[in-house]
Design a protein around this ligand. Structure first.
Ligand SMILES: C[S@@+](CC[C@H](N)C(=O)[O-])C[C@H]1O[C@@H](n2cnc3c(N)ncnc32)[C@H](O)[C@@H]1O
Length: 262
């Protein structure tokens, strides 16, 4: 008999979708112009760097569908699941919105599904990824099971990429001191840092690499009235003052872990 699993964050998100106004949903994102610039972002780069043109991708926990839509726009064959029907509806609406205001018409296979029990055969996708999903698996067995499911449905030679909040970022308490509230109204998150990701991913993948995203942005966080100054400081430093990977994965706002399936 399989081991009984603890809390599934899909259920916490179900409550979140019912009770909260989404403050991370923005209709202006679903245009070709926005997709162009989003595809140049560090988030998208961390995915596309591991793909060949036209390959098959699964987003496991798609939320608004933004990442899936951007990848479909870039020409990949995208399938996306989410535990919550509300998220699937939201993603489909966003795709319809994009198609209604763009020349390029995109197709994505959205469906309801559970990351802890993916309804796909072994070795199906060239890449399986998610963004802001794994950190909500506060139960260790479920965290492990989610990674093993992502691994199972990935082809040999393919990659699993997870982008997660750097919950132990040493600068994070400083944001709180400045009264900057991020990630409000979200379900509980687990402790995540480099070593945690390394430990769990190396159970399944022969090569694991970890990097930090937007490390300068973490440094230049400031109250709203200083946003213009910090925006330009941040852009300048990101362009001209690169940080070594070790530092990036210490202070990056998010961490990106890539597992290569042998
Ligand atoms: C922060 S949102 C992801 C945001 C997404 N990257 C975006 O760009 O909108 C987290 C999502 O993970 C989904 N999720 C949580 N547990 C899940 C599970 N067991 N299976 C599938 N999806 C799950 C939630 O329903 C929620 O939509």
């Amino acid at each position: 008999m399989s081991k009984a699993l603890g809390n599934n964050p899909g259920r916490d998100w179900e409550i979140f979708y019912k009770e909260n106004e989404l403050n991370w949903e923005n209709k202006e994102y679903y245009t070709e112009k926005y997709m162009h610039s989003f595809l140049k972002s560090e988030w998208m780069h961390s995915l596309i760097a591991h793909l060949k043109p036209g390959q098959k991708v699964l987003e496991a926990g798609c939320g608004t569908g933004l990442f899936s839509i951007a990848l479909a726009y870039a020409g990949y064959e995208v399938t996306a699941i989410d535990y919550n029907e509300a998220a699937i509806e939201l993603s489909q609406n966003n795709l319809d919105l994009f198609n209604s205001q763009s020349e390029k018409k995109l197709k994505i296979d959205f469906s309801q599904g559970d990351l802890l029990n993916l309804e796909f055969q072994n070795n199906t996708f060239n890449m399986v990824f998610n963004q802001a999903v794994l950190e909500y698996f506060t139960d260790d067995d479920n965290f492990d099971k989610a990674i093993s499911e992502m691994h199972r449905v990935t082809v040999a030679g393919g990659t699993v990429v997870a982008i997660v909040q750097n919950t132990r970022n040493p600068i994070r308490p400083l944001w709180n001191l400045m009264g900057l509230q991020f990630y409000i109204n979200q379900p509980n998150v687990r402790l995540i840092h480099r070593q945690v990701l390394q430990k769990y991913f190396s159970r399944y993948f022969k090569i694991v690499s970890i990097d930090g995203l937007l490390p300068w942005k973490a440094v230049f966080m400031a109250p709203k009235k200083f946003h213009k100054v910090t925006y330009y400081l941040n852009r300048f430093f990101e362009k001209f003052v690169p940080q070594p990977k070790v530092l990036r994965s210490k202070i990056g706002i998010q961490l990106v872990v890539v597992g290569l399936k042998g």
